[in-house]
Design a protein around this ligand. Structure first.
Ligand SMILES: Cc1cc2nc3c(=O)[nH]c(=O)nc-3n(C[C@H](O)[C@H](O)[C@H](O)COP(=O)(O)O)c2cc1C
Length: 310
């Protein structure tokens, strides 16, 4: 997730069991072959033989673009740099990206989506699996199945479907039953995505979509133990105990320590607030503390507010 899930966050989130793989923030492809440093900035894990987080969870590299030639060249570059899986983003709803014909804008034309996927697939052959991520459509769901089929026919080995159109933005609900319609018509694995915040949501999303797997987005930030809850429940049939604020604060402090090595304190303050803001929807203590810390600009002061009695 752009601006949110960097290598440090991937590392922290995958320290608990539950994630089978993670994806980088998108690398924007607009025409030319990008230099290795761009790929390494988005995916420092490329320095390892098979990119993975320190706890061993594979990291897939995501590209966003629409020009088949540019996607092909950058896919080859990614392969050369050691990527082990390449994901294509056809879901991004932001105006800037869509204006430049990237992300969800290709959902208006399944043929172009097909061309983008097949050019990428052809460029790397079977050496590098290509996967895709779509929404249910741009302004309506009319082309949902056509887009999904275009990704499959183009050579995608897996498809993540976010159960909203671009027009829906992030407004609830995510239409898991629509993901089910797609899943029933495709032969590649389909992964359900959108609005999975709790164990109950996970189960509903799986049941309504018929998908074996789900992708967590904001829910993993709101509750960093969500994947572990799902994993634990599958393994034991029991619910993992609620995480105390103390543990969340410890995670946030570790996050700050790691971010401090690469960013200025000002940036770390804003990254911390961003994460705590994500936690607020699922955690009343995060909500309460956010009210106190939202105006703080000093990093050490902010870190104290995480743990001191209010
Ligand atoms: C801030 C933000 C950044 C995102 N960046 C990306 C991205 O780079 N690549 C991607 O495939 N999806 C991205 N997404 C979409 C999420 O991966 C996910 O599909 C969407 O949020 C729906 O899932 P959720 O309801 O579980 O969050 C982003 C979402 C948000 C809120």
């Amino acid at each position: 997730m752009e601006g949110v899930i960097d290598a440090i966050t991937r590392d922290l989130l995958t320290r608990h069991p539950g994630f089978d793989w993670t994806v980088t923030e998108f690398v924007r492809v607009v025409g030319t072959r990008l230099p290795p440093r761009t790929f390494l900035r988005h995916c420092p894990e490329l320095a390892d033989p098979a990119p993975h987080t320190p706890s061993g969870v594979p990291v897939h590299l995501q590209l966003l673009g629409s020009d088949p030639q540019a996607l092909a060249e950058n896919a080859q570059q990614a392969l050369k740099l050691g990527a082990s899986s390449l994901d294509l983003n056809f879901g991004c709803p932001t105006k800037l990206v869509n204006r430049h014909d990237g992300g969800a804008s290709l959902l208006r034309d399944p043929q172009r989506l097909y061309t983008a996927v097949s050019a990428t697939h052809r460029a790397v052959g079977d050496t590098l699996p290509v996967t895709a991520k779509i929404r249910l459509g741009f302004a309506s769901r009319l082309l949902a199945l056509d887009c999904a089929r275009a990704a499959e026919d183009g050579g995608a080995q897996q498809l993540v479907v976010h159960g909203r159109t671009r027009q829906d933005g992030y407004r609830p609900p995510a239409h898991w039953e629509w993901i089910g319609r797609i899943q029933r018509h495709l032969s590649i694995p389909v992964v359900a995505n959108g609005d999975i915040w709790t164990l109950e949501d996970y189960w509903k999303a799986r049941t309504l979509s018929g998908c074996q797997d789900v992708m967590l987005g904001r829910g993993a930030l709101a509750d960093p133990w969500l994947a572990a809850r799902i994993h634990h429940w599958h393994a034991t049939g029991e619910r993992l105990a609620t995480t105390h604020w103390h543990d969340r604060a410890k995670l946030l402090r570790e996050f700050a320590t790691m971010q401090r090595r690469v960013h200025t304190n000002k940036v770390v303050v804003s990254l911390l607030k961003q994460w705590i803001n994500h936690m607020r929807s699922q955690d009343s203590e995060a909500n309460r503390r956010f009210d106190t810390l939202k105006r703080i600009t000093d990093l050490d002061r902010l870190l104290n507010v995480l743990t001191e009695p209010l």
